[in-house]
Write a protein that binds this ligand. Sequence first.
Ligand SMILES: Cc1cc2nc3c(=O)[nH]c(=O)nc-3n(C[C@H](O)[C@H](O)[C@H](O)COP(=O)(O)O)c2cc1C
Length: 232
Amino acid sequence: MSGETLFKVTYGMYIVGSRSGDRLNGLIINTANQVTSSPPRVSVTISRNNLTHDYIMESKVFSISVLRKDTPLKFIGTWGFRSGRDIDKFQGTNYRIGGTGAPIVLDNAIGYMDLKLVNHMEVETHTIFIGEIVGSEMISDGEPLTYTYYRDIKGGHSSKLAPTYDGWADKPKGPASKDLSKYICQRCGYVYDPIAGDPGSDIGPNTPFSELPATWVCPLCRAGKDEFRLAN
Ligand SMILES: Cc1cc2nc3c(=O)[nH]c(=O)nc-3n(C[C@H](O)[C@H](O)[C@H](O)COP(=O)(O)O)c2cc1C
């Protein structure tokens, strides 16, 4: 299949927030779509492997924050490549609790919606959640971030857990001689993929393992570079 035509489908970038009891979590998505205007409903498509998926299933509420064009890559790295299973993404983040009880991320957001779940559909690897908007507000001026801008101008990458994962496009853009071998952390099993880099630590795409700074540590368990070995 050629991915060319799929690349011409346009998306925005958002943070979806949800909760499980007292625990809050959220993730980056690019798959928010308005479904109907009356009643006002929006769908989001979320991988079953993502923790936020389970939180929405459980609490039946979620929020959508619309990200601003100048959202830093590091912020996207934290919310789009790290899991709430390993870190508390809400620590150090400005947020509020919406009328539904869902947490709403305010950092880098130009507006938000607060939704209650009205339906969902399992689609193999992902679930499409449909929510009804019960509250929404604009919080700052600015243009929304589009997926194209994130990818083409900011040099950002998708995630294997995104339904629109552009695996076929994740080819090295630099000289063919770059070593893009993957390295695995022997302590926790995290795999460093040079094509994606490590946005959470400001490591851009196409950064070979050998070019990571000596101070770089595993984003999951904080092991040093010397605890990594070539992945098969
Ligand atoms: C640009 C971008 C777009 C993404 N879009 C989606 C998406 O639409 N749906 C999804 O399930 N995951 C998407 N992801 C992946 C999740 O944000 C990522 O797996 C996150 O770490 C899951 O966090 P959690 O386990 O705390 O829920 C995207 C990631 C990036 C970087």
